[in-house]
Each structure stands twice: as C-alpha cells, then as structure tokens.
Design a protein around this ligand. Structure first.
Ligand code: DX5
Ligand code: ZN
Length: 218
C-alpha cells in the first residue's frame, strides 16, 4: 500500500489568541497543509475554547483548509454553523453521537469532508461499520481538553489497526505530537500530524514543522 503524504496540522489552541491571524499566517508560510481548530464546549471536554465566529474570521486569513475538531455534545446541532463559518473538514467524536452515518451524510451535504474521532479509551471496533463512509479518522493520543499533555503510547497499536482499515485515506493523530513521538506515529501508519504546543512553543515555527514532517529525531 502506498504511504499517504505526511500532512502537518498546527493546532491553534496553543497559539496567541490576541493575534490569531498572524499566528496562522506564520505556520502557513512554514508550509503546513491545514489549520486544526479545536472546538470544546465544557461538556464533552473539560474546557471551553472557540466557536463558529472565530472560524469565520480565520477563514479569510487562511489559504489552507480549516480542519475543525468538534469536542462537543450533540454535534448534529452545530455542524451547519461550522460549515457556514468556513470549515473544510468537520470531525466529530464517535462517543458523542447516536447515528454517525446520518451525521456523516449531513456533513458531506454541507460541502465538507467528514472525519470521525476516537478517544483514547474507545476501540477501533466502534467504527468498523461506518469506515467506508468517512474521509478521515482522527485518533486522540491524549484525552481531549488541553494542549501540552503527554502522548499515550498504547495508541500506536490502535493507529496500526486503523491504518489497515483505512487503506490510503487520511489517518490523523492529535495530542502530545512532537519531535520525539512523530517518528513512532508515522511508522505506525498516521499521516496527518496535529501539533499545538510543539509548534507554537518553539522558537522557529518553520523548523518545528520541518522536524515533524521528517518524523522528528532520527
Ligand atoms: C486536545 C486537542 C489538541 C491539542 C493538542 O484536546 O484536541 O488538538 O491542542 O495539543 P498538543 O499538541 O499541545 O498536545
Ligand atoms: Zn484537536
């Protein structure tokens, strides 16, 4: 099987919110493939972040796709707002929905690609019967809620299983991705690397992005 292209998706959660336009401009200059936007409602995840209004503002500043990660309950009620705000991909948590196929259809009808997300404690078996319908799977490598948490190594096995299910479609990982963990997740089969603190806490966003793309430290 051909290895899909490695894509880098900075999470703006770790950026300076007082100058978001500039913060995304810098990583786009650094050659990233998309911007990862973490949406949390204080219910599904123990934190509150941003909503459609911020995404609409970002849309006019971004020349790359906006990858919106919904960590919210009842995502069915909000996908239209996020699509209208300018999301290109919308990913929802399998733990948050009753009828995932219906939601995937709705997201696609709104003109977006659809991703499904698995929390660390959720088995890949939960998506066995919907996998053909989805554009991307996102495997959480930390528990949702905060940037800067430690990568959970048990997720490497899940990445391998899901890669086998997905063929050459995108397999994204999110949480604790840095120059130490990038190589392992790529080797296991991930090809879309979300990174918040590793990129936004570094002295050179560009060097951090390049490091991730080559799988970090040798
Ligand atoms: C966690 C978010 C992540 C987070 C990643 O709830 O989904 O996207 O921002 O942050 P780092 O890269 O710092 O682990
Ligand atoms: Zn995320």
């Amino acid at each position: 099987m051909a290895t899909p292209k490695i894509k880098i998706a900075p999470s703006i959660l770790a950026s300076d919110f007082s100058k978001l336009g500039e913060e995304i401009g810098l990583v786009i200059e650094g050659g990233v493939d998309m911007i990862h936007v973490d949406v949390m409602d204080g219910h599904f995840a123990p934190n509150i972040s941003i909503g459609p209004a911020v995404i609409a503002s970002l849309r006019s500043h971004s020349t790359v796709p906006l990858d919106v990660h919904l960590m919210i309950t009842d995502p069915e009620e909000f996908v239209e707002d996020f699509a209208n705000a300018g999301a290109d991909n919308i990913s929802f948590h399998i733990e948050a929905v009753r009828h995932p196929l219906r939601l995937i259809e709705k997201i696609k009808t709104l003109g977006c690609t659809a991703g499904v997300v698995l929390n660390p404690g959720t088995s890949q078996d939960e998506i066995e019967y919907i996998v053909e319908a989805i554009d991307m799977v996102l495997i959480m490598t930390v528990n949702p809620g905060f940037g800067g948490q430690a990568f959970i190594p048990e997720m490497l096995e899940k990445i391998k299983y899901v890669r086998a299910m997905l063929g050459d479609r995108d397999l994204e990982v999110d949480g604790g991705i840095d120059d130490k963990t990038a190589g392992d997740v790529i080797e296991a089969g991930a090809n879309v690397l979300v990174a918040g603190s590793y990129i936004y806490n570094s002295d050179s966003y560009m060097e951090a992005i390049d490091q991730l793309r080559v799988g970090g430290e040798a």
